[in-house]
Ligand binder design. Structure first.
Ligand SMILES: *Cc1c(COP(=O)(O)O)cnc(C)c1O
Length: 435
């Protein structure tokens, strides 16, 4: 082994190879160091280190690859937070290219020839789709909740049902957000039962607002009770308090048992907020819609400047909302909605095509909406089952494929794969087997 280690070339000798000579120096030097280190480990393990120049070239190529990459989602989770949540619709992407690739009227009023507001571009679309007097778009829904509480309840009390003190994931906990916003949490009712009278009793001179939080990723079943949004709105109104509804996913048209932002406002909510990249199927954003005087207080709060959405987000959101104006078009062109809506026979046909291409077996599965939406909804789906050993190699490929390991096999669920991606998955499986 010692003698094999001594036969490894020096960094300089490897660099002098003509196949490496024409490349930019700094990345090649870094790649040579990595390659030599790997070769030393290989020799110590009794393996053949292979052609070091070829390995260096592969390392240079790997290091030049972007870190943020496209992934083929064979997990069966449609709104997968780890995989970037909602893929954007083609026309939303076109808006990003058009607006991001040149100057825009982001904060310029073309009619007046004077300074305008970035917050005005989506107002009309949101009013047409959802209703409400005014709107505001910030970085994400966590920011929307934070801003609403900071602007409307700083130093005062916010009533929340104990059944709604949720954690959404990645440490986003309603009690923590409340504390950070400077508001004080007043817990109402119990985990499984909260009555209208519990809210009425909790209201005091220091109460700033009532917050309703969508239970997102879980449901309390059995001996439960929560006042309806309409009942809560009546309590808030008679106490002169705003009712703020954190809808979480926020569907624009009815999907399963998810209530819509329009229904929330119709029930008497003063302010509703939801995510842009969950069931809406757009970019990461937090959208607030409701009473103009409340939105104005949010707009003027110093945090608004720090939490506002950028022009690429606004462009993608405008493109997505334009599709949402027509529910039939939205279901056809917004990827998340199309996948949710796809008949299971078509999903099965796609799994069968993949199974033929890779020599796998078709397996019935259950896909999920994900993103804290429709947690109980089981979307009938189909997967192509292949050998479990390919799990790592498929993730290491280009593009990477993310499937799920179950019962000793790797399931490639096809509900979140586009028709055109089936061939790419098949090629990835062939490449992974050849490695
Ligand atoms: C997802 C979710 C949030 C956070 O939204 P982001 O857009 O991820 O910041 C807040 N509240 C509820 C109820 C949610 O489901």
């Amino acid at each position: 082994m010692a003698s094999s280690l001594r036969t490894l070339p020096s960094v300089d000798r490897l660099l002098a190879d003509p196949r490496l000579a024409s490349l930019a120096r700094a990345p090649v030097v870094a790649a040579v160091r990595v390659t030599l280190e790997r070769a030393r480990l290989a020799i110590r393990d009794g393996r053949d280190p292979g052609d070091l120049v070829e390995a260096t070239l592969a390392e240079v190529a790997a290091a030049a690859r972007p870190s943020l990459r496209r992934v083929l989602n064979a997990s069966g989770v449609l709104i997968h937070t780890n995989l970037g949540r909602a893929p954007l619709a083609r026309s939303a992407l076109d808006r990003v290219v058009e607006v991001g690739g040149s100057y825009s009227n982001l904060e310029y009023d073309l009619d007046a020839g004077a300074r305008g507001s970035r917050q005005d571009h989506l107002t009309a679309l949101l009013r047409q789709i959802i209703g409400g007097e005014a709107s505001l778009v910030v970085n994400n829904n966590a920011a929307a909740v934070m801003l609403a509480l900071a602007a409307l309840a700083e130093g005062r009390e916010v009533l929340v049902s104990r059944g709604e003190l949720i954690e959404i994931g990645d440490g986003f906990r309603i009690p923590d957000v409340l504390a950070r916003s400077g508001a004080r949490l007043v817990e109402v009712g119990t985990t499984n039962r909260t009555r209208a009278a519990d809210y009425e009793r909790a209201i005091g001179p220091d109460t700033a607002l009532i917050l309703r939080v969508h239970q997102a990723n879980f449901r309390v079943v059995g001996f439960t009770e929560q006042p309806s949004l309409g009942e809560l709105a009546a309590i808030a109104r008679s106490a002169g308090l705003p009712l703020v509804d954190d809808l979480g996913s926020g569907a624009l048209s009815a999907i399963g048992d998810e209530s819509t932002a329009a229904a929330s406002l119709a029930a008497g909510t003063d302010l509703v907020c939801f995510s842009g990249d969950k069931l809406l199927g757009g970019p990461q954003a937090g959208i607030l819609v409701g009473r103009a005087d409340l939105i104005e207080r949010l707009r003027r709060h110093p945090l608004q400047r720090a939490l506002r959405a950028d022009k690429l987000t606004l462009a993608a959101l405008e493109g997505t909302l334009a599709l949402a104006l027509d529910p039939a078009r939205a279901r056809a062109e917004i990827p998340v909605l199309r996948m949710l809506d796809e008949p299971v026979a078509a999903v099965r046909a796609r799994a069968e095509r993949l199974a033929v291409l890779v020599g796998g077996e078709v397996e019935e599965t259950v896909a999920r909406a994900g993103g804290g939406a429709l947690p109980l909804a089981e979307l009938p789906s189909f997967a192509c089952a292949i050998e479990e050993e390919l799990f790592d190699a498929l993730r290491a490929g280009e593009p990477p494929v993310v499937g799920i390991v179950r019962d000793g096999r790797l399931l490639l669920d096809v509900r979140a794969l586009a028709e055109s991606e089936v061939d790419e998955v098949a090629e990835a499986v062939a490449a992974a087997r050849a490695r």
